[in-house]
Structures are given as structure tokens and as C-alpha cells.
Design a protein around this ligand. Sequence first.
Ligand code: GCB
Length: 614
Amino acid sequence: MLYPIITKTRNLVDLSGIWKFKLDEKNEGFEKEWSKSSLSGEIYNLPVPSSFNDLIDDLKVREFVGWVWYEKTFELSKNILSEDRVILRFGSVTHKAKVYINGHEVTTNKGGFLPFEVDIKSFLNSDKNRVTVAVNNELDNTTLPVGFVKEIKTPGVGLESLAFDTPIKRHSAYCVDFFNYAGIHRPVKIYTTPKDYIKDIYIDTDINGTTGIIHYEIVTSSTADIKVTVLDKDGVEIATTHGNKNSITIENAKFWKPLNPYLYEIKVEMLRNDDTIDVYYERCGIRTVEVKDGKFLINGQPFYFKGFGKHEDLNISGRGLNEAGNVKDFNLIKWIGANSFRTSHYPYSEELMRLADEEGIVVIDEVAAVGLHANFQNTYAGIKSDKSTWEILDTKEQHLKDISELIARDKNHPCVVMWCVANETALEEKGSYDYYKPLIDLVKELDQQKRPVTLVSHIAYPLNTEEAHKVCAELDVLCLNRYYGWYWGTGEIEAVEPVISKEIEMWWNHHKKPIMFTEYGADTVNGLKESTPVIFSEDYQAKFYEIHGRAFDKLPFFIGEQVWNFADFATRYDSIMRVGGNKKGIFTRDRKPKMAAYILKNRWTNIPDFNYKK
Ligand code: GCB
């Protein structure tokens, strides 16, 4: 799927700004056909893109679960209306959307973190148009993320969602450790294409000494001649070729390197009898990625991941696109000497991924498969559950959809070096191999660059089962989320050091695959100082990272450390596990460094991006 841009054959209109917003408190919007006329009643003016939750100081809005409605009117120029295809495109709507143009339903989507689009040409008026979007934020056993919910009928109230097997009614029964921000989170755009148009572009690259090779494949809506030109950073043409599928060789190429990126631009022209029918520009970084002999190679060199698990999470705008926030975060990533992050726990915005390409920040790209463990608490309490996760969940369809759409969206990004198919799932339970094998195969089939695939696992003890090892055997890199010295061995950070190494060695001995930590962290109250490192203090967090670093440095096959979390972030409101959110950030929610930031800065600025482990 191509990112919408303006070219001489394509227009682009951004519908960002203030929209009308209304809660559907009685769940009557569909029955009363709210889409047929302008929204009325209790209306708020809300921005798009943004989460709606933190913008109105009323719990009823912040914690609202169900359908909310957005609306905007717009007029399009004659030029746009005369184009053959007029596409309405949403960067993301969390988690479900039904879209209407002038009262006609034009599309629906399920999945809150990836773009979707629809041709609206036949529904448009020559003057004012109205777009209405019904948005739903409920999570259940078919959605990603997962929510464990069952519905009951309450007299006088109707259907209610109950947390799985509990008698307490919850506003929302999601089980992930981040606030369920919702709304139209990313830009809404209208773009046009001619009738015959460039549908998609696939890029793969190779390196041979100082030569770069760009392999491409262009998918078009109908047959035509294709001309491909490579432009350097200054827009100078450096190579040209023809055909839907071909390779271009660039002598003395500049490569895309972590923190030292170079982006070429590929100009694709669709021609008929020398007339230009359509033009599109895709950016291209020449780099290779490979896992070999226990190492993670970028451009043939062993790379060491230093960085974070993150969230799209900011004060006020919540999970909505905030480009200033993205720039600030990337500058802090560079300030601290990091080189990478994981898009925990869902695909991040296209704008952020493009910025990562430009800044040379390495990304592990994760789908929103989080919470796929129905028995997490029981497993750790040693209680046998009656039903396995794989009997309770019905996420397969959404999981296949999300993986396909993520790869369709992000396949050409040089910053993406690995795909992650799930976070902390019930790997140890029977059925996980049958669930994950086809998903891992799908990634390998869809990705033209055949990048490594991973799945992030939770703490070892209950995980060390035959079933879990069967799934791990299918992965290229083993990514571990571990909370030694926090959830396990709380407060005993010195004592857990040998346990950390022992576990990592166990996985290596079993699979001989590179291993990294994708989460490890300790909740830390900014400003809480102690002369001895006790939990929740900044001193403990600093010590925590010092000790982990010591353990990691002894293990040659250990290829990276991504701490949890980049910054403090909002979590569900009704959990006594958290005080004002998850405080495992190295930075506060407003991006101020805690003491541990200096420990990591010192460590990471002394660790080279390449060849750290001999
Ligand atoms: C995890 C989860 C992450 C949580 C973190 C924590 O294992 O992957 O979503 O926020 O632990 O802090 O508990």
C-alpha cells in the first residue's frame, strides 16, 4: 500500500483539523441513522488526529466504551472531482470504523493501527460533502489487542460487557498494560489517481562491495510502459531503467546505515505512447539484513541493538499522531546513544516510520498482537486453567489481516529490520505452534526482503515447554521480555544477575539463535532518591540497568538490549498495579531524563553499533 503523496498526476487533501464529535451513549446511532444528517445534540469540537479520551474533563468521555461519532464537512475543487479515482484514506482509526459519505456507508474496518481506504468518487457532491465516521473502541477475544469480555443481558440496560468470569462490571475489560486510547488517531486524507495507476511498489536491495543493487517490482492497475529513475538525495538522476520488474546497479552507492542513513528516491512513471499516465516517488535505502551464525547482520556487519520498547503515548493527544513528539523522541534516542526501538505493542504511524528512515533509527515492527494469553495470572500463580488460551481466543482472522496489512504498508522501509508477530503470548500452551506457524510462514511469504521474524516471549519458568521450543525453532531471533529484579526477585537486583545469564544460556544452548532482551525494567518514581537502592527509587532503576549490562556483556550471542520503557505512559485507570500509569520510563511522560538515563547514556555511547560482540 502506497503512502499518499502529491505528484503531477496525483492530488492530496488533508482533512485534519477540528471535527464534530459525539458519544453514542445509548448505542442508538445506527438505528437512528445519525449518518444521514449532521450530528446534533451533545457535540464536542475535537481534533483529528488525536485520541478523544484526554481532551474533555469528564470521566464519561475518558472512559467511554462503545461507539463514538465523528463528522466533518468539506468541499473539493473541480480539478479533484474530475479525477477518475478519489480515495478517502485513514491512517488509523482505533479500533473499528464505519465510514459514511453523505449518508452512504462506504467502508468498514476492524483493526486500530493500520491504514484503510476507499474510492468515494461516486458518492461525492459538487459542493458540500459530509464524512461521518462511527468509531468503536471495544476489545474482545477476536480483536488485536485482545480483551477478555463476555456479554450479558441486563434488564433495562441491555447488553453489557463483563470482564471475563468476574462479577464486576467494567467500563472496558481489556487486559493490556496501556490505556485503551481511541479515536481517529492518524491523518484522514483524500488523494486522487488517474484511472490507470501505479498500485504498489516492492523494493529489495543488495550490496556487493561498494555497489548497491536495487531490485524492484511495480504493480499497476493495467498494462503500460514503466520507467524507473533513481534520484540521489539532491534530486539528481543517477540511473534509469524500464519494465515492471528489474534491477538497477549503483556503483559507489551510499548505503542506509543505522544513524547514518542515505535515502535514494525511486521515481516510477507509468507511460503510454510516451504520455505520462501516473507518477509516484518511493524512497529507498540500500541495506541488507540477515541472521547468520548467531549474529544479526546489517550490511553484512554484526549489529548490536541499543534502545527501547516504546508507546505512542503523550499527554493530551494520547495515541494520536504528534509529529513534534516523534521528533523529540528520536532526538532523545540519539542523545542517549541508542539506535533502535520496537513498535510495542502495535504498528506506529506511517509518519513516524518515514522519520525513522530519515534518521537512521532501526525498528522492530510489531503487530497489535498483545494480550494473547488467557491464563497469564494463573500460569504464574501455578494454577491450572480449565481452558487453554487457544480455545478461548478467536483472533486468527484479525491476526492474518494485521500481518498482511503491516507488511503491505511497511515493506519498503529500510528502518524495518525485523517483524514481530506477537508480544508475550501463551507460547507454552498446547496449540501455540498450530496458531503461530502459519503466521510466521505468512510473514516470510509476503515480505519481499525476507527479513527475520521474531515473537517476544514472557518470563522463562513456565515458558520452558516443548510447545514453546517448537515455536521458537521457527523464529530467527529470540526476543525475551524479562523482569528479573522486578516482578521476579523483586528488589534483589544483585542476586538475580546469575539467573539472567543462566536463562539466556539455556535458550542459546537449545536453539543456537541470537538472543536479545526486548523488555526489562523497574517502575521508578521520578525524584524518589534513596541512599540504598530500594524499589521505585531512581537509584534502584539505575542499579537495575547497571547489573543487566554486566550480565549481557558476558554473552557473545546476546545481540541487543531494548529497555522497558522509553517513557512513562498511561495505563488502565482501574488497576491497583499502577499509580498514575506505568513508571518504567527512562524518561518521564514529559520526556525528562531519570537517573537511569545517564547510566544508559554512558553505557550506550561506549557500545558501538557494530561488532560489539566478538
Ligand atoms: C510486559 C508487557 C508490557 C508491560 C510491562 C510491564 O511484559 O509486555 O506491555 O507494560 O510488562 O511494565 O509490566
